[in-house]
Design a protein around this ligand. Sequence first.
Ligand code: GLP
Length: 264
Amino acid sequence: MKIVICSDAAQTRRLAAQVLAQQVKSKPTSVLGLATGRTMEAIYAQMAETAQQQALDFSRVTTFNLDEYIGLTADHPQSYRYYMQTHLFQRINIPAANTHVPDGAAADVEAEAQSYEGRISQAGGIDLQLLGLGENGHIGFNEPLSALNSRTHVVTLAQATLKQNAGMFNNDMEQVPARALTMGTGTILDSREALLVVTGEAKADIVARVIEGPVSALVPGSALQLHPHCLVLLDEAAASRLTQREAILWQMQHDLELRTFLSA
Ligand code: GLP
């Protein structure tokens, strides 16, 4: 893992947008893995701005989202398809046919999971996977205790996730769909590059477990320690419980790749 501790959340957004922009510039046919959640909203706003300023061309980019609630149709305001349309797709020049989100309204969700995994392979795999982190350590909707080598599958959401995401459902846990489709942790680990972005004090404990803890199914995000090219962007608050802070700052100053990235 390469880790960058940013002065604030705004810097994490700028750097995340910079990584995405660089990916699209260097490979206009990139396959991007995309995430949702509140952290990503700000990143997509920054991304849309960067895309406009730098006239980024998304016309040949393909995207695959991590996950979707089962039972919500694409036009449901809390569906991740709707979220992506609103926060990103309608603000960049990506053809609708190039954007993929698992179909949570599919009649056969198991078949949809398999077909989604197949579509990722057919597209040549994911070049860059953007990731947020759940307060319980989930990535995508891979909840604690799920297999670390899983492929796209159907999950039952953890109680902690229903609580965390209730804010988008009138603060009512009961309204949050109980199941979802998610890329597996194994699917995520197959991406050529991964970019994990975490901000805020509320995630400081889980960030320490993801980065410094043992790799464990209890903390699905810890599987990213096995990813050969994973960049982690944290703000000071999210990094506040890391014991290796000094070592991370030293790397930021001395690692050639990080120095080039941070001075761009
Ligand atoms: C949802 C998504 C996750 C995301 C998480 C973080 O649960 N399924 O992929 O990482 O939200 O959410 P937030 O950024 O709102 O804390």
